[in-house]
Design a protein around this ligand. Structure first.
Ligand code: NAD
Length: 447
């Protein structure tokens, strides 16, 4: 425990002593505003470090479990063993967040770890590779850099656990490599997050929240609403509010706003720009290739067969798909792969509950975006094509922990054990079953 504590404290010091460098790195990589950088790359990671330090002792303790009559004098418990050597592969968009939050869990659970940040966010990768090793024990933790070739070579090795955050196609490559060694893994992937907006809504509040969640990090976020789904009437009422929110957040020329980011590279810029031909541009639509700038854009009347509805957008483009009613929206959401997060906005809690109950997603958020990230008590992770496994807070510790079921018995009391041994008799079997069988509870008859 002391070793883990020292390493977690060292990780905390890395964050605190390099806070400015971290903010500068994500700004250099994606023109990330300092405010957004501080929230996602510093504060949320620091929360995880502090939470792990506060709870480490409790998390590590053996957990007693209930026993049956046959084991009444014995010790039955779950031992929290580390897996061993774990590999953490992370994406470009939240480079410190997606590398270091899993690392907190890996350290807390007692593992050795190799982290492999994305080569696309170059400045962030460089900072982690050059500075992080000055804080952590080099015998136990290492940073490996590079793109798919070094990662492929890394994956030839046998790890005890792999934690991958990234796109579904690369996730499949990583899973295939893990399968060769039967290595267990967590897949934190992306998808197309739906955002249902009801006709009974405070449209301006909903628009403010959707705009913040969508255009945070210029839309390069796995939990950004990918598309809005609503009726045509709601679309008409929502669009002026979205325009108002974009204008008040980023001014009349968002390219000049210090609070709006840029696409990570030319390839992603071109990919997202090509989606602007879909539907009808009602807000934004301007681009500047030299600056990798795409204005905060809203596309109305988008059709489900258009390219923008076929992929995770991962850029500042918000399509609106119109449907006849709530039931059709739910049907549409359920006809797609399970998303990482589903959003629903309505003044009626019944409507929010209906979207929650009738859809399936890794996470759900009613009437707001992103704020669930501030709670280390909520599990974070996808389902189906958006991934599997959970992390954040205690869930990270559990992810990197092998829960070893243990039963230790005393050497004596052999008379009690003799019912298990041949020669078998019906009576011995009855006695053993009496001590081990689980019976159905009787329904309560007190009333
Ligand atoms: P990506 O899948 O392209 O890359 C992720 C990592 O895999 C990088 O470190 C990269 O170097 C490595 N990689 C790339 N190609 C590889 C290959 N052929 N073999 C082995 N390794 C390879 O993802 P990205 O573009 O960096 O990030 C965007 C994706 O990540 C989106 O789909 C987004 O939804 C997802 N994401 C998910 C979460 C989550 O928590 N679920 C968080 C952030 C991002």
């Amino acid at each position: 425990m002391e070793y883990r504590r020292t390493q977690l404290e060292a990780l905390g010091r890395f964050l605190e002593e390099n806070r400015c460098e971290i903010l500068q790195a994500v700004n250099a990589d994606m023109r990330r505003p300092a405010y957004e950088g501080d929230l996602s790359e510093f504060s949320l990671v620091m929360n995880e470090v502090n939470n792990a330090l506060n709870n480490l002792c409790r998390w590590m303790q053996d957990e007693s479990v209930s026993k049956n009559l046959a084991t009444i004098f014995d010790s039955a418990f779950i031992r929290k063993d580390p897996y061993g050597v774990v590999l953490i592969i992370s994406p470009f968009n939240f480079p410190f967040h997606t590398t270091l939050i899993p690392l907190v869990g890996a350290i807390a659970a007692g593992n050795c770890a190799i982290v492999k940040p994305s080569e696309l966010s170059r400045c962030s990768e460089k900072l982690m590779a050059e500075v992080l090793p000055n804080y952590l024990d080099p015998d136990t933790f290492a940073v490996v850099t590079g793109g798919h070739e070094p990662t492929a070579r890394l994956l030839e090795n046998k790890f005890d656990y792999i934690f991958f955050t990234g796109s579904p196609p690369v996730g499949k490559i990583v899973m295939t490599a893990a399968a060769k060694h039967l290595t267990p893994l967590t897949m934190e992937l992306g998808g197309q997050n739906p955002c249902y907006v009801d006709c009974c809504c405070d449209f301006q509040n909903a628009a403010n929240r959707i705009v913040w969640g969508k255009f945070f990090n210029a839309g390069q976020s796995c939990i950004a609403p990918n598309y809005v789904i609503c009726t045509a009437d709601t679309q008409d009422r929502l669009i002026p509010c979205l325009r108002q929110a974009i204008h008040s957040f980023y001014g009349c020329n968002p390219q000049e706003s210090p609070d709006f980011g840029r696409m990570i590279n030319d390839k992603h810029f071109q990919r997202v720009r090509s989606l602007l031909d879909c539907g009808r541009v009602v807000i934004g639509g301007e681009t500047d290739e030299c600056d990798r700038y795409i204005a905060p854009t809203v596309l109305a009347d988008v059709k489900e067969w258009e390219p923008v509805m076929q992929e995770e957008i991962f850029g500042p483009v918000l399509p609106i798909l119109t449907v006849a009613n709530l039931e059709e929206a739910i049907q549409y959401i359920n006809s797609r792969d399970h998303p990482l997060i589903a959003y629903a906005f309505s003044c009626s809690s019944k409507v929010v509950d209906r979207v929650l109950s009738c859809t399936c997603s890794g996470i759900f958020s009613g009437n707001d975006v992103l704020m669930h990230m501030s709670l280390v008590t909520l599990p974070f992770g996808g389902i189906g094509c958006s991934g599997f496994g959970k992390y954040h807070g205690k869930f990270s510790f559990d992810t990197f922990t092998h829960q070893r079921g243990c039963l230790t018995r005393c050497m004596g009391l052999e008379a009690l054990n003799s019912v298990r041994y041949p020669p078998y008799t019906e009576r011995k079997l009855q006695i053993l079953k009496f001590g081990t069988d689980i019976r159905r509870w009787n329904p309560c008859t007190l009333l």
